[in-house]
Design a protein around this ligand. Structure first.
Ligand SMILES: Nc1ncnc2c1ncn2[C@@H]1O[C@H](COP(=O)(O)OP(=O)(O)OP(=O)(O)O)[C@@H](O)[C@H]1O
Ligand SMILES: [Mg+2]
Length: 268
């Protein structure tokens, strides 16, 4: 089935998005993972990026934070093109971005306290007392026993605890933008829901602009103002929550149905 027509229909009505991705292409070796990604993230909104495993979702957000450089295309964050800007400009942009890595990546040689404090020490000049107050507050906020957990090392934490500590680190700078790469995958449903509630709280109270990657449809519809579907290297659907739920796009319908039956098939 030809998906080009579906792709071309997307029009972004937002005039001043906080983040804008234009014509992003990323090739690893000979593999083109992203061919032409166009996407916007309006200020103060939460956008969920959906897609198949290995489709390039994490690759997109690594470009937003400047950890990867595109093969082609532009990524504007608060008006700065992070694809071409200087290291100094990139540092300034990163000061406003919290990033929860998919694997909850932590520095193994540092305890959780120092891991969570890391962005503060990188970007701000604060007293140790101020740092401690913030670190403990953030760890508690994510439902961890801060006193105990702060002294542990990453390899002493369960997967779920690591996610929470990663979340504490992502939000500690009270960033304007938060990128969540599968914040709830691998967690029990109750912890997942608590994390989702926390994301929503940050959104409402701080007016954060969030980008959320998840495979959990329930979580998606609870959190999202907008949803985008990445398929074969392009965003083939972008819509607000209600419109996305009701779309007739057969690719999105298959995704929503969580079905192996439909236009999306693996090639033999
Ligand atoms: N640094 C890299 N070098 C080479 N290939 C890479 C690199 N990073 C990602 N890839 C490849 O790009 C593709 C997309 O990876 P990515 O992690 O972005 O997918 P994803 O949509 O986040 O998948 P998942 O849902 O499983 O997390 C994969 O084929 C992966 O092997
Ligand atoms: Mg990923």
């Amino acid at each position: 089935m030809d998906i080009i027509e579906t792709k071309e229909k997307i029009e972004f009505d937002e005039k001043n998005p906080l983040i804008e991705i234009k014509g992003l292409q990323k090739v690893f070796g000979t593999k083109e993972v992203l061919s032409n990604v166009n996407l916007i993230f309006p200020e103060g909104s939460t956008t969920v990026i959906l897609g198949l495993s290995g489709g390039g979702k994490s690759t997109i957000i690594k470009h937003i934070v400047g950890l990867m450089k595109p093969t082609a295309g532009d990524i504007f964050v608060e008006g700065v093109n992070v694809a071409t800007c200087s290291e100094k400009e990139l540092r300034a942009v990163r000061k406003h971005i919290g990033y929860l890595f998919q694997d909850g990546a932590m520095f193994d040689s540092m305890n959780i306290f120092d891991n969570v404090a890391f962005p503060l020490r990188e970007h701000f000049k604060l007293s140790e007392k101020e740092i401690e107050a913030k670190v403990m507050k953030m760890l508690n906020m994510t439902g961890l026993d801060a006193e105990r957990v702060s002294k542990l090392f990453p390899n002493e934490l369960s997967g779920g605890m690591r996610k929470r500590a990663g979340l504490a680190r992502a939000i500690i700078m009270e960033p304007k933008i938060i990128l969540y790469d599968e914040p709830t995958s691998g967690l029990d449903p109750i912890t997942s829901d608590l994390i989702t509630q926390l994301i929503l709280k940050l959104q409402k109270e701080l007016g954060v602009t969030s980008v959320l990657i998840t495979h959990d449809m329930k979580e998606s519809f609870k959190s999202a103002d907008y949803l985008a579907f990445l398929f074969e290297g392009e965003i083939i659907e972008w819509a607000d929550n209600e419109a996305f739920k009701n779309t007739t796009n057969p690719y999105v319908r298959q995704l929503l149905n969580g079905s192996g039956e439909g236009p999306i098939q693996f090639s033999e």
